[in-house]
Design a protein around this ligand. Structure first.
Ligand code: FES
Length: 552
């Protein structure tokens, strides 16, 4: 520590403040640990975290540290996604990273333990860890118990798809009002391998939580024990000066990419991993890595990919079992928060449910479950394929049906304007155009499904998709986006768009000069306040949408 930093960290004013807060003289010499509690009374994803924070703080004290609880923003798709077409959700990820910086970095704390829960908290925490590069461990907040009606499981995905089904005249499996009463029976993140459980698995694959922690039933005795173990470990990590950039190396990112592919996880993991790599000042290209790892098959078919429930996946060994299956193909030498390598952590571990988490040579389905497409229509675009059993088209060519907004697109589907064979294009939903990629594209996909068109049309958008989305041939996160002059902003009704998963391509049959000469839509959706700042600062999808300025 420089003399100046040492003076700041030990200033009499700081001592006076902390003594007044009840810290003892001995405490002043102990490691100061931030307990980052991304919590909120607004959403069930976070409802248990204050109790977990209490447990963690007690354990840190027992282990010889001094905990300071630090609050951050806590976005939740179903609650804080209500306004501005869901734009505040992804934008919240960067608020979390900044919240942590302005408290933990500013206070010069020695380490942090982050209670991570709903979709944007794991990437927000990972990004902050990568940026601050102080000893950090994440506690996996766990998933919510689903309910049942007449003995049949019902979860929040059923509620969501049911409401769209009703709008399109389809009968959901139970009345939506009944499902809403029964879908969520306790705290935690959405059930299934949606974005939250995908990112929780990513955290373990990166080595940023202890082995065997993801996924986990929220608030269960196991989860509480995990939290205690993480609390003890962070005090040791501060002593060892084990830093996030020692852990989140290229090998660790490779392990995370393989894990997402192995569980057929949410496409949102791609941008979150890329953003984390940028925050770590690394030049890792996650999009290229994705293609390099494309031979990783699907090892477990958790909903929405298949019928395995998240509880079964946890009981079968969860992320640790997936990593064990992947081990010969990934980087076993990657250091983890245990202070040991991934291979050392996994030595002697036996997979609890070998039928649920299958071996590489006898997988549930061939890879990749998610692929990156490129061509004259996009420099990158993401397609989630899930189990590639021929039930969804992987080659498609058809006339574009272009819509400037989700509402316009939904109405056209409802009115029967969208026909079989169309390439449905919903634009102006990107990082700058949305801004911050709200939730509209997911609604369009569920509408196409409800209208019986998911498998006979292709859906292309510069927006993002919920981790619950896996239907038809859907190409999302098209970059460059419409608002920054990408071809998706210039395509017109009737232009032929061609998609080939085999060739990893998406092209438009319009000469490049003609396309370049066309006017794009620009920013059609107004943005004010923080969203206007986000629009101004956010960089392209190749960065995962970070707000950090480009380095000189
Ligand atoms: Fe929080 Fe789904 S809304 S995890």
């Amino acid at each position: 520590m420089t003399k100046l930093r040492s003076l700041a960290a030990n200033s009499p004013g700081r001592r006076a403040n902390w003594r007044a807060l009840g810290l003892s003289k001995e405490d002043m010499e102990k490691p100061k640990i931030a307990v980052v509690n991304s919590s909120s009374e607004l959403a069930i994803c976070y409802a248990h975290l204050d109790g977990i924070a209490k447990i963690v703080k007690e354990e840190i004290r027992k282990a010889g540290g001094v905990p300071f609880e630090v609050r951050t923003a806590a976005p939740s798709d179903f609650i804080t996604g209500a306004n501005k077409a869901g734009s505040y959700i992804l934008a919240g990820r960067d608020i979390i990273a900044n919240d942590i910086e302005v408290q933990v970095e500013a206070a010069m704390l020695d380490g942090m333990i982050c209670l991570t829960s709903c979709d944007k908290t794991p990437p927000g925490h990972l990004m902050a860890a990568a940026r601050l590069n102080i000893p950090t461990i994440l506690v996996i907040g766990g998933y919510q118990p689903a309910g049942e009606i007449d003995g049949e499981p019902v979860d929040v995905e059923d509620v969501w798809s049911g409401q769209v089904d009703e709008r399109f005249g389809k009968t959901p499996k139970f009345p939506v009002a009944d499902m809403a009463e029964n879908a969520i029976m306790g705290p935690g993140v959405c059930a299934g391998m949606a974005t939250a459980n995908t990112m929780h698995s990513v955290v373990e694959a990166l080595g940023m939580t202890l082995p065997g922690n993801a996924p986990v039933r929220a608030n269960s005795p196991k989860m509480q024990d995990n939290a205690r173990a993480c609390a003890r470990r962070i005090v040791e990590m501060v002593d060892e000066q084990l830093l996030p950039r020692d852990i989140m190396t290229e090998g660790a990112f490779r392990n995370a990419v393989a894990t997402v592919l192995g569980v057929s996880g949410s496409i949102n993991a791609i941008k979150h991993l890329q953003a984390t790599a940028i925050e770590a000042e690394s030049d890792i290209d996650i999009f290229a890595m994705w293609e390099e790892m494309s031979d990783v098959p699907v090892l477990s078919a958790v909903r929405p990919t298949g019928h395995v429930r998240i509880e079964q996946f946890e009981d079968a060994g969860g992320a640790r079992a997936v990593l064990k299956r992947l081990l010969p193909h990934i980087d076993g030498n990657a250091l983890t928060c245990t202070g040991k390598t991934l291979a050392e952590n996994l030595a002697g571990y036996e997979i609890e449910g070998p039928d649920v988490i299958r071996p590489m040579d006898d997988p549930v389905g061939p890879g990749p479950a998610i692929a990156i497409l490129k061509g004259s229509f996009a420099t990158s675009a993401v397609v989630r394929l899930g189990i590639r059993d021929g039930s969804r088209p992987e080659e498609f060519s058809g006339p574009a049906r272009v819509f400037e907004s989700t509402a316009e697109c939904m109405q056209a589907i409802e009115d029967g304007v969208v026909k079989q064979g169309d390439v449905v294009i919903s634009r102006n939903q990107g990082l700058k155009g949305g801004p911050a990629m709200g939730g509209g594209a997911s609604l369009v996909l569920f509408a196409l499904d409800a209208a019986g068109l998911a498998k006979t049309t292709a859906f292309v958008t510069d927006g993002q998709l919920s981790g619950l989305c896996l239907k038809g041939l859907t190409v999302a996160e098209v970059a460059p986006e419409a608002a920054t002059g990408g071809p998706i902003g210039k395509v017109r009704d009737g232009d032929i768009v061609r998609i080939s998963v085999a060739n990893r391509s998406i092209d438009i049959d319009v000469p490049a000069e003609e396309l370049a000469a066309r006017e794009g839509p620009g920013y059609r959706i107004p943005a004010t306040g923080y969203l206007a700042n986000f629009r101004q600062d956010v960089r392209g999808m190749e960065t995962g949408g970070v707000l950090l300025p480009e380095k000189d």
